[in-house]
Design a protein around this ligand. Sequence first.
Ligand code: IPM
Ligand code: MG
Length: 377
Amino acid sequence: MKTYKIPTIAGDGVGPEIMAEGKKVLQAAGERYGFDIEWKDYPYGAEHYLRTGELISEDALKELGKYPAIYLGSVGDARVPPGVLERGVLFALRFYFDQYINLRPIRLLEGVETPIRDKGPDDINYVVVRENSEDLYIGVGGRAMRGSVRREGEVIRNLYNVKFGLDIDSDSDEIAYQVGLISAEGTSRVMRYAFDLATRRREHVSSVDKMNAMTEIYGFWREIFAQVAADYPDVKTDYNLVDAMTMWLVKNPEWFDVVVAPNLFGDIITDLGAMVQGGLGLAPGGNINPEGTSMFEPIHGSAPKYKGLNKVNPIATIWAGAMLLDSLGETQASSGVLSAIECNLRACKVRTFDLGGHATTSDVGNDITKHLQESVG
Ligand code: IPM
Ligand code: MG
């Protein structure tokens, strides 16, 4: 029997609880579809950082790089200043493995209520392809007090290296600055991915930007979008300013098929999308490097106030697990997991509090496992 070795990072807060259910369901998928999974658990996150001072080491990254897919819970903990774990663990993984696609399906499954009146599963079914390595997320920025100072920054990627030198001469009390960057290579590859995806769906790609206010960076984005679109004459396209986009995604979600967005706007509109698809407890995501090591996670955070209560919804994590199986080529097992999630939701019986139920995290994991085991075909 085929055995997959899958590294897991449960992380912080509710991470370990939701991850336990994800592993349970994927294991059952293996039994049902004929493969074995060997899990390799890694301790990265707040606990490990507070105990050892280590975020994630180069050696660990190298080791993780031997696998095609990582399964991640969530990172973030109130005992660690905001940004430290996010940058030191989450972005370290996303950037080290050049996971330049953040794939976030926004789909209203049957049996789930959306807060948008008169919209149903047929109206809410699009995928956000969020660029995942550039934009305002490159980590170049700082603060400067009154006076003159020289600062340097760099962006090291597989595709390119960029060094910035900044001479600051300021008579403000204090300034803070953050540099955004998009590259021709980085932008066109994410767009090609979006267009390829659209050819397997409803052949429509919508671009998101803010080129009326940030003309350099997002004007460039639009230019590259137009260039790539020219190679896909059958795919319908449109441009959307991000503020208007938040409006359309609520008013007319049925307009959208594949939405391609720069990193920051992609972050924002996928939380909106998560709410539209029934809440953060249902929204999965994949950080994808089609040629390298990808990583699958729920898009929600570590929800520290629910830690250890066996209360939160594990479906986002289980769905992310289905995406992971798909990336391994286990397409049947992947659809099997998604169908089992759909059975659980349609039955409206075993559900966590966010969906109006009283079941626990593990009840939901067990119920989905049961549906998977009982499925035929
Ligand atoms: C996400 C999250 C992260 C991001 C945070 C935790 C840094 O919001 O994955 O959407 O902004 O990318
Ligand atoms: Mg986010």
